[in-house]
Design a protein around this ligand. Sequence first.
Ligand code: ATP
Length: 235
Amino acid sequence: MLEIHGLDVRYGGVQALRGLDLTVAEGETVALLGNNGAGKTTTLSAVSGLVRPAAGRIVHAGEDITRTAPPKIVARGVVHVPEGRRIFSTLTVHENLLLGGYLVRDGAELAQRVEEVYELLPRLAERRFQHGGTLSGGEQQMLAIGRALVARPGLLMLDEPSMGLAPLMVAAVMQVIRDINLGGTAVLLVEQNATAALKIAHRGYVIENGETVLEGTAADLSADPRVAQAYLGGV
Ligand code: ATP
């Protein structure tokens, strides 16, 4: 469903991606692991159309989207939950969710989609009239994910959803991501918390300096001493 071939991205003199290859199949959860500055966020931004690659190709559902504009990419069902959540803190939970459906013109359809998000994320339903800024960090992450789901993505890209969360909340967020995937949505999950990501992913990639250095099934990566050393806190 998503294929990235030989992707190069440069920011002025900085080469953030060097010939990156990555695929996400229908129904898969793929973890993208790597240290700060490895190029994980840049990969998601390139797929979303927010940065323009210098070389390489991005193909979604058989169509080249390398130079497609961001709103058209969202309309194809490729939705990006950026790092740091970026929810609207002065709007209510409900208003934040409605914004996730800005492409949905039919009001009844939009209301139905928001209700489905409340069913999946009951914590949000309890807080529907609360302002986004008053939610806990984990609830804000749930809201950012819920807002993306209103667009009914076929591919959900999440940038560091566990960042800054307490361990119990990390587990809750990962469980939600697993449930979303079980519902049929493919997931590309950027994480520095490799342990948490590999628990729910089918496959994964490790990138360093904009290049893939390792790839494999989640089980293989978890068992790989190089991954353990660098990303799972040693063995
Ligand atoms: P992090 O986990 O810290 O976000 P990352 O793996 O997501 O790291 P990127 O944010 O993709 O890494 O950054 C890759 C490289 O590109 C880094 O060297 C970074 O400094 C550089 N970079 C990212 N965005 C820009 C920008 N807008 N202008 C210049 N350089 C940038």
